[in-house]
Ligand binder design. Structure first.
Ligand code: NAP
Ligand code: MG
Length: 505
């Protein structure tokens, strides 16, 4: 069997000066010939120019996705064959691992360690769904007498997938893999600040044998392209990862056509360290929990609560290690913390820190812009620890989305749970305690989609990821995600020997 049955795309270098849209299996320029530029946040330097999709291009992408779904063969492929293509996508990504890592670092300014982990996970997502797909099936339900009922899982149709800039390739994989696994067609709108690896993933899908029109990539403005997708009557579903305000706007607009909606939104995740925790493990895990990916994580554990008996010891160790975190060349494997995504985000982060200072908080580490040697033109912020705060302060209530953590004391389990839940968000949370009964008891009472017990990691392919409350709804990265890309059809039949005449006419 040939590896590229539908469309042949030459393998060219992943790092280029210009990136195209992908519509109906073709790499194209925007219909208006417009472009935009993408920069390296670590240096401020230009990385590449990108074709900018217009509404006309978006319309073409929707038409291609519609045609591929309604009349194409992808959803009719035997399951094993779709799984094979997903595995092929993963294999191509793995064979180009270093190039993907390099491009992701250039476009985002994130550290090598972070980029390697995320590219690996993006690959494993395709492998996971190639397997999960095989076990995704309908059911046979008990029925009285001579009736019979079974359910079919049918792909939901054309899906708009809108992603943020913090984990570009990983978010694209979280969305594309489950959708195409079940036979949907997708139109992906990557964040304007970081479109490059998503475009490459679209090309890899074609190379792996995904038929034309099944995966379309339309970089462009959120308010123009994103909004057009959300309002379009021929789009059946929107999967969005991004900020809570835009999520609300999308949900309202999608309601006009009753699109299926999945929202992965912001967070302000609590991290609870109990007096019986392994303090050193809790310090290291909490450090990772907030400063990984420069704090630009939706599930960043940005509210740190420590039991009063160990508060001084914990804080002293935590601050000491925070000050040791190395900023600088993202390609250096010793670098712990990469750049902030752009000047706007840098100003936002600093604005939050300044507001905390004004409200009487104390800065225990960081608190200002950083200027790593050789990277002075980039956007950097010192890993920042803020103490002496209370729950009325903006810096405790709002998502900062940068390398900033607030630390508070608690006196007992009840207070810890109350503080943890005192937020409009509900995405991640962490509990540090050597007492398994306590950790489980606390985990059960936290209102969040994810609880990490003595563990710094929030997501593996197969584990559900998503929020409670205003952190959104729907779960990604897991088997249940396949249900969010399918409709359940109930088929009822009658096998009785006597004809039914319910009206008795
Ligand atoms: P954002 O401003 O909400 O943007 C996210 C995406 O939506 C981008 O592609 C953006 O396009 C697009 N967009 C903007 N306005 C739109 C509109 N009116 N209609 C449709 N699409 C629109 O978020 P961000 O600043 O990129 O990302 C940070 C946020 O994402 C944080 O709040 C973070 O917590 C959240 N996040 C959540 C998760 C999770 O899984 N829960 C994961 C990662 C990030 P442009 O780039 O062109 O503006
Ligand atoms: Mg960029």
């Amino acid at each position: 069997m040939s590896t590229t049955q539908e469309t042949k795309v030459e393998q060219e270098a992943i790092k280029r000066d210009f990136y195209h849209l992908i519509i109906n299996g073709e790499k194209v320029k925007g219909s208006k010939d417009e472009t935009f530029k993408t920069y390296n946040p670590a240096t401020g330097e230009l990385v590449a120019e990108v074709a900018k999709a217009s509404q006309e291009d978006t319309e073409k992408a929707i038409a291609a996705a519609r045609e591929a779904f309604d009349n194409g063969k992808w959803k009719k492929y035997p399951i094993g064959r779709r799984a094979q293509v997903l595995n092929r996508i993963a294999a191509i990504m793995r064979s180009r691992f270093n190039e993907l890592v390099e491009l992701e670092i250039l476009d985002t300014g994130k550290s090598l360690q972070a980029a390697q982990g995320q590219v690996s996970q993006a690959i494993e997502d395709f492998e996971f769904y190639a397997g999960a797909l095989v076990g995704h099936r309908g059911a046979v339900n008990n029925m009285p007498g001579q009736f019979h009922n079974y359910t079919e899982k049918e792909p939901v149709g054309v899906c708009a997938q809108i992603t943020p800039w913090n984990y570009p390739l990983m978010m694209a994989a979280w969305k594309i893999a489950p959708a195409i696994a079940v036979g949907c067609s997708v139109i992906v709108k990557p964040a304007s600040l970081t479109p490059l690896t998503t475009i490459i993933l679209g090309e890899i899908c074609l190379e792996a044998g995904v038929p034309a029109g099944v995966v379309n990539i339309v970089p462009g403005s959120g308010s123009e392209v994103g909004n057009y997708l959300v309002e379009h009557p021929k789009v059946d579903k929107v999967a969005f990862t991004g900020s809570t305000p835009i999520g609300k706007d999308i949900m309202a607009k999608a309601s006009q056509t009753l699109k299926r909606v999945t929202l992965e939104l912001g967070g302000k995740s609590p991290n609870l360290v109990f007096e019986d925790a392994d303090i050193d493990a809790a310090v290291d895990g909490s450090l990772f929990g907030i400063f990984y990916n420069t704090g630009q994580s939706c599930e960043a554990r940005s509210r740190l609560y420590v039991h009063e008996d160990i508060y001084d010891e914990f804080v002293s160790k935590f601050v000491e290690k925070t000050k040791k975190l190395k900023l600088g060349n993202p390609f250096d494997k010793e670098t712990h913390v990469g750049a902030v995504i752009d000047q706007g985000q840098l100003d936002t982060v600093d604005g939050y820190v300044q507001s905390a200072i004004k409200e009487g908080a104390e800065i225990l580490a960081g608190g200002k812009q950083a200027h790593p040697e050789g990277f002075e033109k980039g956007f950097w912020y010192e890993p920042t620890v803020i103490a002496n705060v209370n729950h009325d302060m903006t810096v405790v209530k709002e998502e900062i989305f940068g390398p900033v953590v607030v630390i508070m004391k608690f006196k007992d389990e009840k207070e810890a749970i109350k503080l943890a839940n005192d937020t409009e968000f509900g995405l991640g949370s962490a509990v540090w305690s050597k007492d398994g009964a306590r950790a489980t008891r606390v985990a059960n009472q936290i209102q969040a989609g994810i609880v990490m017990i003595n563990c710094p990691f929030s997501a593996f392919p197969g584990t559900p990821f998503g929020g409670y409350k205003q952190s959104g709804f729907g779960r990604e990265l897991c088997i249940e995600t396949l249900d969010l890309y399918t409709e359940t059809k109930s088929i009822i039949s009658y096998y009785g020997s006597r004809p039914i005449n319910p009206l008795g006419v």
